[in-house]
Write a protein that binds this ligand. Sequence first.
Ligand SMILES: Cc1cc2nc3c(=O)[nH]c(=O)nc-3n(C[C@H](O)[C@H](O)[C@H](O)COP(=O)(O)OP(=O)(O)OC[C@H]3O[C@@H](n4cnc5c(N)ncnc54)[C@H](O)[C@@H]3O)c2cc1C
Ligand code: SF4
Length: 834
Amino acid sequence: MSAQSLVVIGHGMVGHRLVQNLRQRDEADRWSVTVLCEEPWAAYDRVGLSAYVGGWEPNALALDGNDFAGDPLVELRVGDGATAVDVAAHTVVSASGATHPYDALVFATGSYAFRPPVPGADLPGCFVYRTIGDLDAIRAAVEGRDGERAVVVGGGLLGLEAADALRSLGLIPHIVEHNDRLLSAQVDAGGGALLGRLVTDLGLHVHPGSRTDAIAPAGDGLAVHLTGETVLDAAVVVFATGIRPRDAVAGDAGLALAPRGGIATDRAMRTSVPDVYAVGECAAVEGTCYGLVAPGYAMADAVADRLLGGDGEFPGADTSTKLKLLGVDVASFGDIHAADDGALEVVLSDAAKRTYAKLVVSDDASTLLGGILVGDATAYTTLRPLVGSPIPGDPAALISPAGATVGAGSLPDDAEICSCNAVTKASICSAIADGACDLSTVTDRTRAGSTCGGCLPAVKQLLASSGVTLSKALCEHFDQSRAELFEIVRATRTRTFSALIAQHGRGIGCEICKPVVASILASTSSDHILDAEQAALQDTNDHFLANLQKNGTYSVVPRMPGGECTPDQLIIIGEVARDFGLYTKVTGGQRIDLFGARVEQLPQIWRRLVDAGMESGHAYGKSLRTAKSCVGSSWCRYGVQDSLSMAVRLELRYRGLRSPHKLKLGVSGCARECAEARSKDVGVIATETGWNLYVGGNGGQTPTHARQLAGRLDDDALVRCIDRFLMFYIRTADRLQRTARWLEEIDGGLDHVRQVVCEDSFGIAAELDDAMESHVAGYRDEWAAVLDDPETLERFVSFVNAPAEPDPTVAFDDSGPRKVPVLVGMPEFPAANA
Ligand SMILES: Cc1cc2nc3c(=O)[nH]c(=O)nc-3n(C[C@H](O)[C@H](O)[C@H](O)COP(=O)(O)OP(=O)(O)OC[C@H]3O[C@@H](n4cnc5c(N)ncnc54)[C@H](O)[C@@H]3O)c2cc1C
Ligand code: SF4
């Protein structure tokens, strides 16, 4: 049977979910799909749009599988939106002029951002906040306008996100809100008052109860006239005044629209025309449009089911919200205004702690109906699923700091833990019972936590309460985690593996615990890593202070702080490469890698490099690799700070610092981000007024963008913040856990780390500072030390009993465009330290 044709108009979050769901379930390949995507980017995470700011990398927002690579039954037409539909002929015409016949058609056209009919709202310098294109346009307009004012019209969720983004672009946001408080749809007067105070303290200016009457050009900016006499000069104006469903193409095709806009559908997502469905924000389900992603996903799932012969229906929507903006927690769920008959309010407002919590309960205080949390929303994950359920005990205790907390384990089975993907407690528990015993496996199997991540703490609790013991033991020889062993070593000043295992472990150790302890010992002292007993603990690369390659030879990487290298050093590197027959390649970390050195050649090579003033680049170690940098203000006409000097300062400070995994730094001289700092563990981006600090980025298999830890730092404050961040990471991370995963898994996440690092909430800042100072003071180049120590030098031989003999299995092929290793009877090596 040949496949039927499905045309999907719109490749946003919901359109993508529909196609993915259909293709996953359509085992008989009943449908071939054409996706018409109007934007120049395939489906991306609009919910996470603000994360685009700073990194400016559209691919970082791409939704999983958004190119349908390798699926012959999906044709994705990026940049080719639908312009007309002929429902009688069952065809769609797209912008390219192509005609697409369909057996079934789905509108997934989303919404557009609404601009109020204010005079001047269309002037250059006025923007909305909806797409990657909008953010690119805002970025171009604010370039070079650091420190100027930006006006955001609308103090709802989007308005706060836009204000936060403008703030991180170096502007001073003013939010104009016609209601008497911010987030008026999510919080009541009490919560709004606290939110206003918290946001104002963070440097945002809020104009509640104000209307924007007109916008006029003023100099090289705009004058925003508010009700009354107030006029705000601004570099840009961003409207965040709501959205409207994109229903024009559907309306022109004769589909019925809802009275307040949106493509009218029933709960099966069927429109007024046979074989045509609508999903997501463009659909008005029984008259109501939903401006959140979770209801859209539920609609997409219902349509996928129907296309495969099922009877899926939109089950209704949970419009709960939890967000952290500008570091402020806000959550609301259920009936927040006590609209239900006889509903009672239980309010706990703590002005000193700056928290506000309100629960709405039934008239007999037995059932939870809704709630609002401002300042601290930790209880959200367990309170929201309780809506409609009996309250265990006194409602006030649920929001009192000293009161009973409801664990996710005590929620009813049908409680929806992940509202984005409608995953119940029962589904999560069943995945755990089927063997999913860590967060990522539960997420993979159930989708819980895969959209906004807000439910991950509850999933963790379910893992814990399901009796799954998440062992923290490092290995069979130590019951402690890496972080615990670090504290033991630090507190007891233990200096050897044998002392540690004798007192706190058992057996003789293994390839897991030995390198971990070696790294802890190296992080807590300035001893050489090949000193005495330590040498035997090191893994393959550290063992010879070089990176093992596939034919048993090694690569050598001298340090080039900030990517700088003098002509003389380049000449020496060239001569060394020529004399030892090494293959040379420039690395992604802005230095030069010399490949093909035999182990007995390493000391000779390093003798020449050290004599020329070079030192180990630690490319082999779980330690700082490089601080990648652009040329910054010294050469680049866009640079606003001397990024190169800062990169050199940072690289020299942290060189040789042993850590749970490799560490990469990046420093960019302006927001253009040529050094890709936000893909590094520590990324620094210059602004007109100082430096913004980002942490937790990495490339690799699971790329992650670094998030802002602190902003507007001067040179010394920046270095102090990085000192503490790195030392806190080194103390508390797990084995082989990069900063990105550490930030995901540490309790309280980035906010907690920010409190420890920037506000000294643990009172350990002085200890962290001291630890870093002693690292800096004790640093000595590892290779220079080896060259000075005849005993250590003896280990650099291929055959202990014939030290002069080179390894005969090492061979190269020079005949092609580049020298490559030849494997002569070589065993397979495990993946080397990347
Ligand atoms: C900054 C921001 C933050 C947000 N935060 C949250 C949040 O925290 N939680 C939450 O639940 N929701 C949030 N949202 C809302 C969420 O992003 C939307 O609910 C969701 O994206 C809706 O998905 P959709 O597919 O219906 O629409 P969209 O994602 O808008 O996708 C529709 C796509 O269809 C395209 N299109 C339109 N017309 C045509 C045509 N004729 N031909 C072809 N293509 C067409 C559009 O260009 C667009 O790419 C946020 C939105 C923004 C902008
Ligand atoms: S990031 Fe650096 S190189 Fe790139 S434009 Fe800015 S200052 Fe110039």
